[in-house]
Write a protein that binds this ligand. Structure first.
Ligand code: BDR
Ligand code: CA
Length: 310
């Protein structure tokens, strides 16, 4: 299955890349594209390149995208991901890989217009690049199999109402959610059930392999950031849920509902307004992940990481 991972690495974005490129993954990564989000887009791109270096992902092009949201000023999440966007692990200072000389939006458009089979988009950051691609070249819709994204939820983590990815660029999210393209949404309700703990870090260390150690260092930093920021015990591996679902579609359960994006509210900007009980009478436009088989998720997670040692 052909996919494009549009991300802002980011600890959990990095883990999404690692799962997608693992030996147990049937996903064919057409490109990794980056967007302004957790930190500035240049840093997110450098981080994506460093992750590719770490895992030996040479052939997949990395392309840099939007420097900021469609309408509003950029917001970053250094509190969670550190100044570099990927603080914690020891990483190559200068990755051997470089980004291609083409804007992410044009890469997404070109891949979708020239593909011989539909491509799944996996956005794990703000939806700016995806919205821009849809605005610039609406014909790409026909070749998008579905959009499997991390964002939103019935509660927020950036404001009481809004999750970070949707909050950063709610106007872009509105374009995507109103596009008519099939969407699966992994929001906070489900990603907060996918918690890495100190035990996860210890288990990864005991694998005693570079990639497992890398993931353990990512999670160690991330868990501490969640403790400091939210007094949370455990780090939700938000973005990795999207990829885990695509590798094994039996892990997560979904509700089919209508979701609108709030772009005007004084207190609710960036909220995903979820019509759980069908009160709007609007046709469902999103499959929202609601639960998971913990055993299946964690065995996929460890198998994927251990597969790098084979
Ligand atoms: C989302 O925000 C980012 O900080 C994470 O990488 C994830 O995509 C969670 O709200
Ligand atoms: Ca992210």
């Amino acid at each position: 299955m052909k996919v494009i991972l549009d991300c802002d690495p980011g600890h959990d974005d990095a883990i999404a890349i690692i799962l997608a490129a693992s030996r147990i993954s049937p996903l064919e990564l057409e490109a990794i594209t980056t967007v302004a989000g957790n930190v500035e887009v240049e840093k997110n791109t450098l981080n994506a390149l460093k992750v590719c270096d770490m895992i030996g992902l040479e052939s997949v092009p990395v392309a840099q995208g939007a420097t900021g949201p469609l309408v509003r000023k950029a917001v970053i999440a250094e509190e969670i991901h550190g100044e570099s966007g990927l603080d914690g692990p020891k990483l190559p200072r200068h990755p051997s890989k470089t980004a291609i000389d083409q804007h992410a939006v044009d890469v997404i458009i070109e891949k979708l217009l020239t593909t011989n089979e539909p491509i799944t988009l996996i956005p794990t950051g703000p939806l700016t690049n995806i919205a821009l691609a849809l605005i610039k070249e609406p014909r790409i819709k026909n070749n998008i199999r579905e959009i499997v994204l991390m964002g939103g939820g019935t509660f927020g983590n950036w404001t009481p109402a809004a999750e970070f990815n949707i909050y950063v660029d709610a106007e872009a999210a509105k374009v995507v959610f109103e596009s008519g393209i099939p969407i699966k949404m992994f929001g906070l309700d489900v990603t907060h059930q996918v918690l890495a703990t100190k035990q996860t870090v210890a288990d990864l260390k005991s694998i005693n392999h570079t990639i497992a150690t890398f993931v353990s260092e990512l999670l160690s930093f991330f868990i501490q950031a969640y403790k400091n920021q939210f007094d949370f015990d455990g780090g939700p591996i938000h973005d990795a849920c999207t990829v885990a679902h695509l590798i094994d579609p039996t892990i997560f359960t979904f509700d089919h509902v209508h979701v609108d994006i709030e772009t005007k509210g004084e207190y609710s900007y960036g909220m995903t307004v979820i019509d759980k009980h069908g009160v709007t009478g609007k046709q469902p436009n999103v499959y929202i992940a609601k639960g998971l088989d913990q055993g299946k998720f964690w065995s996929l997670f460890y198998n994927a990481i251990a597969s790098y040692a084979e």
